[in-house]
Design a protein around this ligand. Structure first.
Ligand SMILES: *Cc1c(COP(=O)(O)O)cnc(C)c1O
Length: 389
């Protein structure tokens, strides 16, 4: 099976992890801070807080922004469930804004309409979480302008987008957001096995997230309610978690960062080649805004269901039978049984549901060969048009 995504691990990456295994610190050593520094510098952000997953990063990002009971968070329905769950962890309410069918990102027009209505109803969101779907940057300037007008904060879920750029600035610069979150799961662009990071330009938010990642415990005398009892002393001043990234993970991440630009360039080459190979098939290839450079995490095509005689599911099954590990990113979050129990109904976001009926993620990762890509294109041609030369 050709998977839809796969990590790329070099001998240098392996050696970096082995070196940590032989060192004094497996966790809370020098590598997590070094990895944070490397990403903050790459992205041009003031602060970076490494954690054990993007899910944890989204959770502490919401908490740092004060999300709690009686608050409302909005996100896109076409994302991994974690982008919505983080609001529920904080006891807040979640709601969804439909996607722009051209980009599959949150629709800024729908967002503007929904904000207008929410404003009249006195139910504005505290935080909006746009997702750079497939690595393709959202219209951040548009979302930022709305945040200024309606007073909400922005968390960018950039789990797909490290290495990408928006208006010539790296994703993660936080120019248009309070916090940006990355994931380092093995299918993502750079990996630490499991891992995530939260970036911000706000020193106060960064410090709060550092505390929340490690039990809410401080060893800084200046943050304590009274002078330390002695050299052993620490104080718990927030209700935090153990969301720390180990040094084994951070060393892998730091080593992977050296190849980030190369990884993204290879992904772009794969995407460009698919664009050409699939140009004549009854499907829509992904669209790239000219003001941005995608992280190219996913290559999602949309089948032109009206032009083919097979169902979406049948095409999907044919490809899986041909050992092509196609996938579907994502099931609209509110269609999950857990969210249906919260009261969300089928049909809530029509563009997201149309997308769900047509979308298919093709294999894309740095080591995907041209021969494998040809195999994917051939299997797709056969499934869609019956041309199986
Ligand atoms: C992968 C992913 C996450 C969760 O990342 P983890 O590091 O696995 O917790 C969140 N949001 C999006 C959009 C993702 O793709």
């Amino acid at each position: 099976m050709i998977p839809y995504g796969r990590q790329d691990i070099s001998e240098a990456d392996i050696q970096a992890v082995v070196d940590v295994l032989r060192s004094d610190f497996l966790t809370q050593g020098p590598f997590a801070p070094a990895f944070e520094k490397s990403i903050a510098q790459y992205c041009g952000a003031g602060h970076a807080v490494a954690v054990n997953s993007a899910t944890s990063a989204l959770h502490i990002a919401c908490l740092a922004l004060g999300v709690g009971e009686n608050d409302i968070v909005w996100t896109s329905p076409i994302t991994f469930v974690a982008s919505a769950n983080c609001a529920l962890y904080c006891g807040a309410k979640i709601d969804f804004v439909d996607i722009d069918p051209r980009t599959c990102n949150i629709s800024v027009e729908r967002l503007a309409e929904k904000l207008e209505q929410a404003n009249h109803a006195g139910k504005l969101p505290k935080v909006v979480i746009p997702i750079h779907m497939c690595g393709h940057p959202c219209d951040m300037a548009g979302i930022y302008a709305l945040s200024q007008r309606y007073g909400f904060k922005i968390i960018e879920d950039a789990s797909h987008a490290i290495g990408g750029k928006y208006r010539n600035e790296p994703i993660g610069s936080c120019r248009y957001s309070s916090i940006t979150v990355f994931s380092f799961h093995p299918v993502k662009i750079v990996t630490t096995g499991e891992g995530g990071m939260a970036l911000t330009n706000d020193a106060h938010l960064a410090r709060l997230m550092q505390l929340l990642r490690s039990h809410g415990i401080t060893r800084e005398a200046g943050e304590m309610t009274h002078a330390p009892d002695g050299p052993w002393y620490y104080q718990q001043i927030e209700l935090g978690f153990n969301y720390r990234m180990t040094d084994l993970q951070a060393a892998l991440g730091l080593s992977q960062m050296r190849r980030l630009d190369e990884f993204v360039a290879k992904r772009h080459a794969v995407a460009k080649r698919y664009d050409d190979l699939l140009a004549k098939l009854p499907l829509t290839t992904p669209r790239q805004n000219p003001d941005s450079y995608s992280g190219s995490h996913l290559y999602v095509i949309r089948l032109r269901i009206d032009q083919i005689r097979k169902t979406h599911r049948k095409v999907f099954e044919s490809l899986r039978e041909a050992a092509i590990g196609v996938n579907l990113h994502y099931i609209p979050v509110y269609r999950q049984p857990f969210y249906e129990k919260l009261g969300f109904k089928t049909g809530y976001c029509p563009e997201a549901e149309r997308y769900y009926g047509e979308a298919m993620s093709l294999p894309i990762y740095p080591a995907l060969t041209e021969a494998q890509q040809d195999q994917v294109a051939h299997a797709l041609d056969k499934a869609l048009t019956g041309n199986g030369k």
